[in-house]
Design a protein around this ligand. Structure first.
Ligand SMILES: [Zn+2]
Length: 100
């Protein structure tokens, strides 16, 4: 049932552009400082810089942008469980028992 009501269509040009911007953002001092903190934005666990990846709060595939406000450090566990859902959709999924 997951996926029926989620429009996965993304503008390829948007995705390409924002992915490139994300690469640039990862090279900034701002991002390095985030990694140095070593804390996952979602679960708050201290996992260390090596275990953090950049995550888009609103996924690029869903129209999100590679801005400082939309990019957060995320542990692999949270990254895997998040996939392409927005935070609001994750909450909905939890409410309806369809969080997988
Ligand atoms: Zn986490």
């Amino acid at each position: 049932m997951t996926g029926d009501w989620i429009d996965m269509a993304a503008d390829p040009a948007h995705v390409k552009r924002e992915r490139a911007k994300a690469r640039e953002l990862r090279a900034t001092d701002w991002w390095r400082a985030k990694l140095q903190q070593g804390v996952c934005h979602y679960c708050g666990k201290r996992v260390g810089a090596a275990n953090l990846t950049m995550d888009h709060v609103i996924p690029v595939a869903r129209g999100g942008r590679s801005t400082r406000g939309n990019c957060v450090p995320c542990c692999k566990e949270c990254n895997n469980s998040k996939k392409y859902l927005t935070p609001a959709e994750q909450i909905l999924g939890t409410l309806f028992g369809d969080a997988q």
